[in-house]
Design a binder for this molecule. Structure first.
Ligand code: TXA
Ligand code: MG
Length: 335
């Protein structure tokens, strides 16, 4: 394992250096449009094993293989079916991971011993340039320690992985802010294994068939191993409470508390909280748009810890498709 981690600006020369390091089995964290990934080339089994060691992640948890736009997939996946092709055409490059039968060249070390592989083509320009330069898929989980909040800044990667990986490539702030939607194509009905910015409804529009929602997919007895499906995940140290705005007026804060919301009801209720509380809570009012909340969500979870809050109270999102990704991450952060 590396003893020193170098933070690099995403210049062409530095990206080339990182691609070379990846080919040699080293670990490189890089920005994607969702969160930072912790990469190893799938051609290096040492590199792949190092991912699990650096993250402290169980080895039977599969990794997502990242590919450049229009990369040849033969050998890595068993077959590009018409369904897979349609989703790739509609959503790649972008925040959609497809779980499909793996090809003979995809190592079982990447897939956690399963015969399926999660594959995705990110849209972040730094990720694309890096993937093109490496020339083979790059396995990359989110660049955080197991169970912790995914990083949306290079500095957050360093906080958790400094000294454990060779390089961190810096890059623009992720546009999405939460991890990709994962859809399984292993059964006749596509199934959402992890909700994200691309919704089941959008996938249905492209495919013209019903897609199994995340809640139902979790009930399936043969549900695949997805660490993002663990009940407690994405957790800050602060205690997280998710409450409808209408219930916030009832909260009395006895310890340092950060309260986050976005609706009009939230703004009405918070003055009540301030009146009732012994310790004046810190308030953060966000714009009421799912995309913007998603973008800031992990920053806020981290801020709660950095600023020493014992408690983080977040407004419960409406149960509508656009908010499903945010609602899912909040549910796990508060589990
Ligand atoms: O947005 C993202 O997907 C980010 C960026 C870096 O691309 N990556 C990410 O990776 O979130 P990770 O490892 O933190 O989460 C990947 C999820 C895991 O929960 C894993 O179990 C699931 O994908 N996964 C990967 N391959 C799978 C497979 N063959 N079957 C079922 N789930 C799979
Ligand atoms: Mg993760």
């Amino acid at each position: 394992m590396a003893n020193r981690t170098t933070l690099l600006k995403p210049t062409h020369g530095n990206i080339e250096e990182c691609a070379q390091a990846l080919r040699l089995g080293k670990l490189v964290a890089f920005p994607t449009e969702t969160v930072f990934g912790l990469g190893a080339a799938v051609s290096s089994l040492d590199g792949i094993r190092n991912i699990f060691a650096a993250k402290g992640r169980p080895e039977n948890h599969p990794l997502i293989a990242h590919v450049a736009p229009h990369a040849r997939l033969d050998g890595w996946v068993a077959e590009v079916t018409p369904t897979m092709q349609r989703l790739m055409d509609a959503f790649w490059p972008g925040p959609l991971t497809l779980v499909v039968p793996k090809g003979p060249n995809m190592p079982l070390e990447v897939t956690g011993g399963q015969h399926s592989v999660g594959i995705r083509c990110p849209s972040h320009p730094v990720a694309i340039e890096l993937l093109k330069a490496v020339g083979v898929p790059v396995a990359a989980p989110s660049a955080n320690r197991f169970g912790k909040v995914s990083p949306t800044r290079a500095s957050h990667v360093l906080q958790e992985l400094d000294g454990r990986i060779a390089y961190v490539l810096d890059g623009d702030i992720p546009a999405v802010g939460i991890e990709s939607t994962i859809v399984s194509l292993l059964k006749p009905t596509p199934a959402i294994l992890r909700p994200g910015a691309i919704t089941a409804e959008q996938i249905e529009q492209v495919l013209g068939v019903a897609v199994q929602r995340h809640a139902e997919a979790l009930q399936a007895t043969d549900a695949p191993r997805v660490s993002g499906a663990l009940e407690k995940h994405y957790s800050p140290d602060a205690k997280v409470l998710v409450l409808p705005a209408s219930a916030m007026g009832e909260v009395a804060c006895e310890q340092p508390t950060l309260i986050v919301g976005w609706g009009e009801a939230f703004l009405d209720e918070i003055s009540e909280v301030q009146l009732r509380s012994r310790v004046k809570p810190m308030l953060l009012a966000l714009a009421p748009h799912a995309e913007q909340v998603a973008q800031q969500l992990y920053l806020i979870l981290r801020k709660a810890d950095e600023d020493g809050y014992a408690q983080l109270i977040v407004e419960e999102p409406d149960p509508v498709p656009a908010w499903e990704g945010v609602a899912d991450r909040l549910r796990r952060a508060s589990a």
